[in-house]
Design a protein around this ligand. Structure first.
Ligand SMILES: NC(=O)c1ccc[n+]([C@@H]2O[C@H](COP(=O)([O-])OP(=O)(O)OC[C@H]3O[C@@H](n4cnc5c(N)ncnc54)[C@H](OP(=O)(O)O)[C@@H]3O)[C@@H](O)[C@H]2O)c1
Length: 314
């Protein structure tokens, strides 16, 4: 892709759109058009001034922003993503790369890819794996779908960071939502832990006890350690957590996350993995997941996933 004469349309000038538009506009030979919804004065003038300050042009007409663009970056709220993609499919030029950075549902992103594709555009389902506030324009992204390679290549030239995930549009967003099970689940767990500790008058005393090398491992190492250990000790840990549930209830903290976690551990314990591995630590996490899958399939209450994603660096 040539940077010379490239026009990039950025849809939405919120937290993410503003950070990325600012970095893209800093590239020589790239002109940036920012689309914002019309608003009354003085807000309209203030917003247009903020857009001009980063060296971009402000538009309140979607067609004017998108019509001449080689790349369209959608950074609107998830609830608006599908509608904006549909409107763009009616006005973009064939060959335009449409990078959908919204946190929309994977199924709706796959549908958006179809409508952009029918219009001759190339759709990239882009999962933003971090926050613009914390990481700025270096926020890591992961893209899938027909426009993924083109988007990764453009990012390299524009100073943004995207990896490519093989597969159709929707796959990158699926991975993001799976990641959220841990990332957002962890947030909920931290909140529940600290609330209960405060109510028990142990807030400050608890903090230093969750520390040390065990809390500083990579996620890959953590997953290995946790799953291999759970194969043998899930029952014991479920019982301890059931005790924690009662402790939370005693101070009026509904143990929403604790109870769910105890339920998950109890379900693993009930699969009889300890007997299956003859009380010996499994060789690796894959062996444990295989055993859980087989047990689940036998009970046919949790179907095994059809495939596994692969990530390739751009
Ligand atoms: N911020 C991050 O670090 C981050 C990280 C991961 C993913 N994301 C995803 O990126 C997207 C944008 O996030 P954000 O944090 O930048 O959101 P935001 O701060 O709320 O900004 C959203 C922008 O989209 C505009 N907008 C709202 N509805 C629109 C519509 N129907 N048509 C066109 N523009 C519209 C808003 O303008 P108005 O002022 O007119 O409402 C605003 O400029 C979201 O889908 C979010 O999930 C963001």
């Amino acid at each position: 892709m040539q940077d010379v004469g490239l026009t990039v349309a950025v849809l939405g000038f919120g937290e993410l759109g503003a950070v990325l538009a600012s970095r893209v506009a800093a590239n020589e030979h790239v002109s940036v058009r920012v689309y914002c919804r019309p608003r009354p004065e003085p807000a309209a003038g203030t917003l247009a001034e903020r857009v001009r300050a980063i060296g971009a042009a402000a538009h309140t007409d979607l067609a004017a922003a998108v019509g001449e663009a080689g790349i369209v970056i959608s950074a609107v709220p998830a609830s608006a993503a599908a509608g904006v993609a549909e409107r763009c499919s009616r006005i973009l030029r064939p060959g335009t790369l449409y990078a959908d950075l919204t946190a929309d549902d994977p199924g709706r992103k796959a549908a958006a890819a179809d409508s952009i594709g029918r219009a001759g555009g190339l759709y990239a389902d882009v999962a933003v794996l971090g926050t613009a506030v914390a990481a700025g324009h270096r926020v890591p992204m992961l893209a899938s779908g027909p426009g993924a390679e083109g988007w990764a290549e453009a990012c390299l030239r524009m100073g943004l960071v995207t990896d490519v995930l093989d597969g159709a549009a929707g796959r990158a967003s699926t991975l993001k939502l799976l990641r959220s099970v841990y990332m957002k689940g962890r947030d909920a767990l931290v909140a529940e832990t600290m609330l209960a500790a405060r109510r028990h008058g142990l807030e400050q005393e608890l903090l230093p006890t969750i520390s040390g090398p065990g809390e500083e491992v990579s996620f890959a190492a953590l997953a290995e350690r946790v799953l291999c250990s759970l194969a043998l000790h899930a029952g014991r840990r479920a019982a301890e957590l059931e005790g924690s549930e009662r402790l939370l209830e005693a101070v009026g903290v509904e143990p929403l996350v604790t109870a769910a976690a105890a339920g998950r551990l109890r379900a693993i314990a009930d699969m009889g993995l300890r007997e299956r591995f003859s009380g010996q630590r499994p060789a690796n996490m894959a062996a444990v997941l295989d055993a859980i899958d087989e047990s689940s399939a036998a009970r046919s209450d949790e179907a095994a996933p059809p495939c596994a994603p692969s990530i390739a660096s751009s």
